[in-house]
Ligand binder design. Structure first.
Ligand code: ATP
Length: 241
């Protein structure tokens, strides 16, 4: 049979403790190697869905399966699920806290038990993938914002995730940094789910997009086709520049 998809979300519902219903039954399958944009207006539930994928948010109904492994609520699989779902948060400084770039990238795999040459190779591989190998001994706070975002991506790649989840990867980037990151992300041999309000970026990187609104997936198809549908965009408060 076919390999398990990188991500399989079935019937996911989630409410916050204050009763706010954020996800109302989400189904989403991302085959291995695909790049998918997750679009939707403010408050649609995109962040909630991302946090749900790796068990950061406990509770709710439905199942999340990552590379064939299901997030089980008794938490036996939680550490492995967190390794498989690599989330790059919007603010790179949330993922950079050690004195050097290489130490930040080594932190995750060292926690998994990697040591010595194996660990060093993992760090080099991740930094090469984002074009930051020559900056490995620098302090993250001395890098540009775009460079820090690329190092944040490397900290996640160093875990060899099943799926790379990016929250607003183009935010706060100047045009050059934005183009550079797009080239890097397009070349990564990894399944990608990208949360964004930046529709041109979605078009540039992702053949497929899904639109989430009020906790439900309301469209799922070719990015070019969705973005050509002005009524659909207006209905879900999505704006092309
Ligand atoms: P944005 O594009 O603005 O980041 P989003 O699509 O990521 O929005 P979420 O942040 O997932 O949307 O929010 C989904 C719903 O859950 C919204 O109604 C929001 O107000 C609510 N919500 C988000 N976080 C919490 C929280 N900690 N407690 C209660 N309700 C919350």
């Amino acid at each position: 049979g076919a390999a398990a998809p990188s991500l399989d979300v079935r019937g996911v519902r989630f409410s916050y403790p204050d009763g706010q219903v954020a996800l109302r039954g989400v189904d989403l399958t991302v085959p291995r190697g695909e790049r998918v944009a997750l679009l939707g207006p403010n408050g649609a539930g995109k962040t909630t869905l991302v946090l749900h994928l790796n068990g950061i948010l406990a509770g709710g109904d439905g199942t999340v399966t990552v590379g064939g492994l299901t997030v089980d609520r008794d938490r036996n699989t939680l550490a492995e699920i967190r390794r498989r779902v690599g989330i790059v948060f919007q603010d790179p400084d949330d993922q950079l806290f050690l004195p050097t770039v290489a130490e930040d990238v080594a932190f995750g795999p060292a926690n998994l038990g990697l040591r010595g040459a194996e660990l060093a190779a993992r760090v080099t591989e991740a930094l090469d993938a984002v074009g930051m190998a020559e900056h490995r001994d620098r302090a993250p706070q001395h890098l540009s914002f775009g460079q820090r975002r690329r190092v944040a991506v490397a900290t996640v790649l160093a875990m060899r995730p099943e799926i790379l989840v990016l929250d607003e990867p183009s935010s706060n980037l100047d045009p050059a940094a934005r183009r550079e990151l797009a080239g890097i992300l397009r070349r990564l041999p990894v399944t990608l789910l990208m949360v964004t309000h930046d529709l041109p970026y979605a078009l540039e990187l992702c053949d497929r997009s899904v639109i989430l609104d009020t906790g439900r997936i309301v469209a799922d198809g070719a990015t070019a086709q969705l973005l050509a549908d002005g009524e659909l965009l207006a209905r879900h408060r999505l704006e092309l520049p």
